[in-house]
Ligand binder design. Structure first.
Ligand code: FAD
Ligand code: DLZ
Ligand code: SF4
Length: 522
């Protein structure tokens, strides 16, 4: 009885359900570098390098552990170019009795897997991905019949389920579930931020870097320096450094932004978690130990755990609950094209140019940059959700649709009509100025509301509120701001609208071919 076990590029976990269930002697592991996955959007070069290198390292680890691994490299002459094509070839080679695969992270890929029973002359066994703490069914059961899918409520369920930061009497550690109110400090320049560990490319990574340069040269972003962890061992070193040096300040400075500083106190572990090198629960347990041993304050540890068993689990459940419709949602009827500066970084808006620079150089930007600078801009400027989704999916090394899409369609764009966020998360330049040092040296003046040198976020904010008044005025979390708008009077209002219109008219739409290949390009 031969079992074929396909392992996808984000399933690089030694405790993967399909490996746990298998017998080494009668199993063949199949790993596939395929053109379709590398180009369904034109991923950042570092993202492709990360996945190929981590896949090759993982295959070697499995072999060393006694598994039989059948690995297709991108440039192998017979490479069929897609998961289904490669599985078909492997079925011919090995004549398995059963294909055992862990469900895909993305709806797009899962649809293909569901065609396999009809395509192949063997059984297909699809296992639940139990690296997530909540199954899709559990989320659906929780969501069913609720008026609002409030993350905080889901998070509390997850705290109870895992026992993380819970006292024996089932009360939350410290007496409160959520310490977010303590986590909003601006980071003044004098504070020293310990640099995260960076990992030199070894022979495998160097070979992959050459391949990526040769085959994906037109994709966005810098390929080098390439410093991501590509093995579990490296990822554990990255986690060790975070728990030793940065978690203490993770909470307070979670929302801070500093020009030219890309990591701050963030863990920088999302790539390792998402491709399977690190287990989300093990990280949360380590965070809790840091708190229990007095090495990190509760607000930092609770904040970190909430991001993972709260937000990360919640968006994953949310994605599958609403798939595939979420990708098409456009509640605010946003139609504007993404501006070209999202790809080039060429804008005088200092906050945006710094966030795009970090994205280009690192295939990473931290959460508040993705949310309150880049995302806020897309919301206020009315950029169409498809362009925004493609951009976020392509440019970040940690981007997979299950996590990117709810954050984009739900959290930043309100395209889902408020299923994820109860109101659009919109802010003027004042918020960015409060949380960062971006504005001081910007060519725009954050305190100026309208006119040539005024911060564009200010007029865009009111333009957004005004154009969505009918939809938003009855939202109890936002409706009150219309009293402020009305008090301004018609003349001031007209200045805001004219200022924003002028700015919007000046935006250069992105040229074709950044996110998706243009016809004839390969
Ligand atoms: P930390 O700040 O150290 O946070 C710890 C961990 O919490 C992260 O590693 C991540 O696993 C989890 N986390 C934090 N916030 C979120 C969130 N909103 N949703 C899910 N998990 C979260 N994260 C991705 O992993 N992939 C994406 O494609 C992605 N796209 C995003 C798009 C937008 C518009 C926004 C606003 C956020 C997005 N995020 C995404 C969430 C978040 O920005 C990243 O997880 C984070 O920046 C990764 O850096 P870090 O590991 O240093 O995170
Ligand atoms: C993102 C990605 C890329 C760029 N390339 C591959 C690949 O060649 N082979 C592979 O197995 N996985 C790749 N991935 C990750 C997949 O897109 C990811 O596993 C699915 O999206 C999950 O549904
Ligand atoms: Fe950004 Fe406005 Fe501040 Fe310039 S002034 S950095 S555009 S928020």
């Amino acid at each position: 009885m031969t079992t074929l076990i396909p392992i996808l590029g984000d399933q690089l976990s030694h405790n993967l359900a399909s490996l746990r269930a298998a017998d080494k002697a009668s199993s063949i592991i199949l790993m596939m570098e395929v053109w379709e996955e590398a180009t369904y959007v034109k991923h950042h070069k570092q993202k492709i390098a990360l996945i190929f290198s981590a896949m090759r390292h993982f295959a070697d680890e499995l072999r060393a552990d006694g598994w039989q691994v059948d690995y297709t490299k991108l440039d192998d002459a017979e490479n069929a170019g897609s998961f289904s094509g490669e599985v078909a070839r492997a079925v011919e080679r090995h004549s398995p009795d059963v294909i055992r695969v862990v469900e895909a992270g993305e709806w797009r890929v899962q649809q293909k897997i569901e065609e396999w029973p009809d395509k192949f002359p063997c059984d297909v066994d699809v296992l639940s991905d139990d690296r997530f703490l909540a199954t899709q069914r559990e989320f659906a059961d929780w969501a069913e019949g609720r008026k609002a899918l409030t993350m905080e409520h889901f998070y509390r369920e997850m705290r109870k389920k895992t026992g993380l930061l819970m006292e024996p009497d089932q009360k939350p550690a410290g007496g409160k579930w959520n310490y977010d109110a303590d986590n909003r400090e601006k980071l003044e320049g004098a504070l020293f931020v310990p640099p995260r560990p960076r990992f030199e490319p070894d022979t495998i990574t160097s070979e992959v870097l050459k391949l990526v340069e040769a085959r994906f040269g037109t994709h966005f972003g810098a390929l080098t320096p390439f410093e991501w962890p590509v093995t579990r061992e490296e990822a554990l070193k990255a986690a060790d450094a975070f728990f030793a040096e940065r978690i203490e300040n993770f909470g307070p400075y979670q929302d801070a932004m500093v020009f030219g500083s890309d990591d701050l106190y963030h863990s920088m572990l999302s790539t390792s978690i998402n491709i399977g090198l690190l287990d989300p629960l093990e990280l949360c347990e380590r965070a809790e130990v840091a708190y229990r041993e007095g090495r990190a304050p509760l607000n930092s540890v609770e904040g970190f755990i909430r991001q993972i068993i709260g937000w990360r689990e919640y968006v994953r459940g949310f994605y599958w609950y609403f798939a595939p419709g979420l990708a098409e949602a456009n509640e605010l009827e946003a139609t504007r094209a993404l501006p070209d500066f999202f790809w080039t970084g060429e804008t005088d808006m200092r906050c945006l140019s710094d966030c795009v620079r970090s994205t280009k150089e690192n295939a990473h930007a931290h959460h508040i940059q993705r949310l309150m600078v880049l995302g806020n801009f897309c919301l206020l400027a009315g950029i169409n959700p498809r362009d925004v989704q493609d951009w976020y999916l392509a440019v970040y090394a940690d981007a997979f649709e299950w996590v990117e899409l709810p954050n984009v369609a739900g959290m930043i764009l309100y395209a889902d009509g408020g299923k994820l966020a109860t109101k659009p998360i919109a802010a003027s330049g004042n918020y960015i100025n409060k949380m960062s040092d971006y504005c001081g040296d910007c060519r725009y003046k954050v305190a100026k509301k309208t006119g040539e040198d005024a911060c564009p976020f200010n007029a865009l904010y009111w333009h957004f509120m005004d154009r969505h008044r009918e939809r938003l005025k009855s939202n109890h979390r936002i409706g009150r701001i219309y009293a402020t708008w009305d008090r301004m009077g018609e003349e001031k209002q007209a200045e805001y609208i004219a200022s924003a219109d002028k700015f919007l008219d000046s935006l250069e739409p992105a040229r074709e071919g950044w996110a998706r290949a243009i016809e004839g390009e390969n």
